[in-house]
Design a protein around this ligand. Structure first.
Ligand SMILES: [Zn+2]
Length: 76
């Protein structure tokens, strides 16, 4: 389950909603710096999003399959 955990371990920026990885101090999109208060909010959001981690993985898998299909089509 390590793979699934690493994918779902992400947080939505409180300012813009961009996905940020756990441990970062500022948003990579809007450069909003996270306060401990923000982190608490993001933690709650993360707990809600955690359940959707599996569907996330399915979407990533579909993306990979589509990408491989595209590469095969181009290199034909
Ligand atoms: Zn942001």
């Amino acid at each position: 389950m390590k793979k699934l955990g690493s994918i779902s371990k992400k947080y939505a920026c409180v300012s813009c909603g961009y996905w940020v990885v756990k441990g970062v101090l500022a948003c990579g999109n809007c450069l909003h710096e996270f306060t401990s208060d923000d982190c608490d909010k993001m933690m709650v959001e993360y707990q809600l999003n955690k359940k959707e981690g599996f569907s996330d993985l399915v979407i990533i898998m579909l993306g990979v399959v589509l990408l491989i299909g595209l590469i095969l089509m181009v290199t034909k």
